[in-house]
Design a binder for this molecule. Structure first.
Ligand SMILES: Nc1ncnc2c1ncn2[C@@H]1O[C@H](COP(=O)(O)OP(=O)(O)OP(=O)(O)O)[C@@H](O)[C@H]1O
Length: 288
């Protein structure tokens, strides 16, 4: 589903959580929404999923406004942290409810996911552990096969094997049933290989919207003798530096052409990729 966000503002009283965001997602990809705590991710996603009405600007999904528009919202599911959407009754009840509500529901797939996450059908969702509740949310989110599927930190409390099972399931199911999936997460390195495009926000504003590959190709750590590193990196946006004795490593952001790569090699400098997490930290203002 195509998503167009234009000059979007969301305020809670005096707090402006989303502050004039504009971006477009062509759809049918797995997107990552990254931002520091309190940067406005949940607020933005809540407007996308029609849980909240925008204060100004607009959100359109496939060209349609979303708020109080049942034709569009039946195709959108947002799973929040801890799977709080499904805390009524047992796991079985949650599945029954989703089946009734979701036109593309796949019951067999839901059962196989419940087996995979070792969720007992008769268990009360409210009595499940945090990780089990999250897994329950993941089951509902995936088996709904909603054309726009949003997971907002849906892995909270899940242990490492369960999180990996979640990531594998997303990818496998997306390959079989392509749709628009948005993942909001702080565990950036765990999810980065899933993401085709990344949207980074900070303090309610857009920092970057880029294909993952392009974003990663823009970040480089340039390492070598300090004076040569300084000379090479002088024209770039410097994200951070580290120095150990005469050796310096400077993280830069920007496009490097063939000539520049050759110059680096000739100057005896090493060029290494930067992890998405490091890029994220520096693009959102550095360690704080
Ligand atoms: N219901 C609310 N009432 C008042 N202020 C709120 C409310 N929800 C969020 N905020 C404020 O809006 C801003 C953005 O919060 P939001 O939850 O959207 O951020 P986030 O990026 O999802 O954070 P996190 O990564 O910690 O979940 C914060 O300053 C937060 O305090």
């Amino acid at each position: 589903m195509r998503i167009d966000v234009e000059n979007l503002v969301l305020r809670y009283g005096d707090t402006t959580a989303v502050d004039g965001l504009t971006f477009n997602l062509a759809g049918d990809k797995i997107y990552g929404l990254l931002g520091r705590s309190g940067s406005g991710k949940t607020s933005l996603l809540s407007v996308l999923a029609a849980f909240r009405r925008e204060s100004a600007g607009s959100v359109r999904v496939n060209g349609q406004p979303v708020f109080e528009n049942a034709d569009v919202t039946r195709d959108i599911i947002m799973i929040r942290d801890g799977g709080e959407t499904v805390k009524i009754g047992t796991a079985e009840d949650a599945v029954y409810f989703a089946e009734w509500l979701r036109p593309n529901w796949d019951g067999d797939y839901a059962r196989s996911l419940m087996d995979r996450f070792e969720l007992r059908p008769k268990a009360k969702v409210s009595e499940m552990s945090k990780g089990q509740q999250s897994a329950m949310g993941v089951v509902i989110g995936l088996a709904s096969r909603a054309p726009l599927t949003i997971f907002d930190e849906s892995y909270l409390g899940m242990d490492v094997p369960s999180r990996y099972a979640f990531y594998e399931a997303i990818l496998a199911d997306y390959m079989l049933h392509p749709r628009t999936i948005i993942l909001s997460a702080h565990l950036i390195e765990e999810i980065s290989s899933l993401l085709e495009e990344v949207v980074i926000i900070d303090r309610g504003r857009l920092v970057v919207h880029e294909e993952t590959e392009t974003l990663l190709s823009r970040g480089r750590a340039v390492t070598g003798p300090a004076d040569r590193v300084d000379a090479f990196t002088s024209g770039f946006t410097v994200l951070g530096t580290r120095q150990l004795g005469p050796t310096k490593s400077t993280m830069v952001y920007g496009d490097l052409d063939q000539d520049q790569r050759r110059q680096a090699v000739e100057a005896g400098l090493e060029l290494e990729p930067i992890a998405m997490q490091d890029l994220f930290v520096h693009l959102t203002g550095g360690p704080r």
